[in-house]
Design a protein around this ligand. Structure first.
Ligand code: PAF
Length: 283
């Protein structure tokens, strides 16, 4: 496994491989890796000739009162895990490599970025879209793998790629969960033992919604009330949103026709957690 921090080196090495006809898959990450990331790397490796991971804690996607400073940085452990997962290249740029002095170009993300996470974390998707597009410029991959746990992020990136005709395919991959249902996240390591128990409210609320849909409920306000009830009794400390919306536009809907997505963002202790579940009406 090659670890490269220099943007010219990563581009020229991978461009060379691509010209030789190799298929390249990239997994962008901010490090603090867990099984969710590793499953993306394994998938990249199984579908491509070359699997590349990037590790970069991107300052431009954190708000002034968010956790950029305390975001876990575990490079050595990350590299060992990537090596074991069969990763071929890891790009680990410094902040000055991505945002050199005088840097001032940012992507205006698509409309869908203004809702939900975008409303609670102003500027977040501007930072995400900017770094992801820059990584796509530096890493000439044909496919990029993202976890569905960040559902809106996948919609924003897919829309950007479509709108700007970026020549890369976006693969959205299943959320990986702990055995008790907690969606894997780098931020789970902030949770104390009691916070971790309360955090199970997210997956339980989503399961409750799917059960209600299975039992024939299609009414969105009933589903949202039921999710809130589970979250309140967890108890989580505050709810940013717990809603059921259209799977593509993330706009409000009144009832579920075929499918919809339930999205949750809450605070548990000092940690903000998100999770989601596609709700499918089984005929
Ligand atoms: O999902 C993440 O870890 C980040 O938002 C990403 C896509 C690596 C961009 O910094």
């Amino acid at each position: 496994m090659n670890v490269i921090a220099n943007s010219y080196s990563i581009y020229s090495t991978l461009d060379h491989l691509r010209r030789e006809g190799k298929k390249i898959g990239v997994v962008p990450t901010m490090g603090a890796l867990h099984e969710g990331h590793l499953s993306l790397v394994r998938r990249a490796k199984s579908e491509c000739d070359v699997a590349v991971a990037t590790i970069f804690v991107n300052p431009s996607q954190f708000g002034p009162n968010e956790d950029f400073q305390r975001y876990p940085r575990t490079l050595e452990a990350d590299l060992a895990m990537l090596h074991a997962a069969g990763c071929d290249f890891v790009f680990t740029p410094a902040v000055e490599t991505i945002y050199p002095e005088g840097y001032s170009t940012y992507i205006e993300p698509p409309e869908v970025a203004n809702r939900l996470e975008g409303a609670f974390r102003p500027g977040h998707f501007r930072g995400v879209a900017t770094i992801v597009l820059k990584l796509f410029m530096l890493i000439p991959a044909q496919v990029a793998y993202f976890g569905r746990k960040d559902y809106q992020q996948v919609v924003v990136i897919s829309t950007m790629v479509r709108d700007l005709a970026v020549p890369i395919r976006i693969e959205a991959c299943e959320t990986i969960r702990e055995t008790d249902g907690l969606a894997m996240s780098s931020r789970n390591r902030y949770l104390s033992a009691s916070d971790r128990k309360r955090a199970l409210g997210l997956s339980r609320a989503l399961q409750r919604a799917q059960k209600m849909v299975d039992a024939g409920c299609t009414n969105v306000s009933e589903l949202e009330s039921a999710m809130r009830e589970v979250l309140v009794s967890a108890p989580v400390d505050s709810i940013d949103y717990a809603i059921v919306v259209d799977t593509e536009t993330l706009q409000s809907i009144e009832s579920i026709k075929h499918a919809a997505v339930a999205l949750i963002a809450v605070h548990v202790g000092k940690t903000r957690l998100i999770d989601n579940q596609t709700l499918v009406r089984r005929a």
